[in-house]
Design a protein around this ligand. Sequence first.
Ligand SMILES: NC(=O)c1ccc[n+]([C@@H]2O[C@H](COP(=O)([O-])OP(=O)(O)OC[C@H]3O[C@@H](n4cnc5c(N)ncnc54)[C@H](OP(=O)(O)O)[C@@H]3O)[C@@H](O)[C@H]2O)c1
Length: 214
Amino acid sequence: MKIGVCGTGRMGAAIAQRLIDMGHDASVWNRNSAKTRPLVDAGAKALESPASLVESCDAVVVMLLNDAASEAVYRGPDGILKGKLAGKLVIDMSTVRPDTMQNVGALVTQHSAAFVESPVGGSTGPAGEGKLFALVGGDKADVGRAMPILEQLCRRIEHVGGLGAGSAVKLAINLPLLVYWQALGESLTICKPLNLPADRLIDIMSDTAGTPRR
Ligand SMILES: NC(=O)c1ccc[n+]([C@@H]2O[C@H](COP(=O)([O-])OP(=O)(O)OC[C@H]3O[C@@H](n4cnc5c(N)ncnc54)[C@H](OP(=O)(O)O)[C@@H]3O)[C@@H](O)[C@H]2O)c1
């Protein structure tokens, strides 16, 4: 299958490499084209714009930083919405606002393409091993079409509702994590006068209920 990855930052590059490893005919686009070079060396084809990426692939995985990036890459002059989208599948794995997914998803589907949101849990290691946790939103038929690709990228796939639902659950997961990391920084500050090595302190905390455990 011809699969494109739109945005080859840390996560997008790991996902693209996973798709190459799984034997797909992979193409990539990134705003800073230098970041596509290792993927080209690994066998991917670099395209000059999001629109040309969409046109040369059956499916495109989008992995962008935030809502502003999404705005630029979908609606820009050579953006995704400028490509011939009819019949294509777009899977957006970025972590963005639920209404951003709803808005871009509505525009993509107006072009007779399928759109699925799938923000993920797990970092670059799990991405490279196909062990992400996908929080999926979208139409049942579109999600069914995305499933063979998601299954090669993820260890767990939860279809939680229509467009926007996946992003809402992802943000709900991130909020307590953000509060935790803020609190951890403050708790380490309490111990600063003790001059303990940081790795020893983290090792002590990791053996207690003071850190998240699975
Ligand atoms: N890193 C993680 O462990 C992790 C885990 C789960 C989910 N996520 C989510 O995955 C997404 C990507 O994260 P990441 O860690 O891969 O970030 P990253 O390494 O900073 O990559 C961000 C990507 O977005 C692109 N981008 C940013 N602003 C843009 C703009 N205005 N126009 C076009 N492209 C733009 C960057 O292009 P350039 O290279 O040209 O700047 C790059 O391709 C985020 O939504 C993040 O919350 C990350």
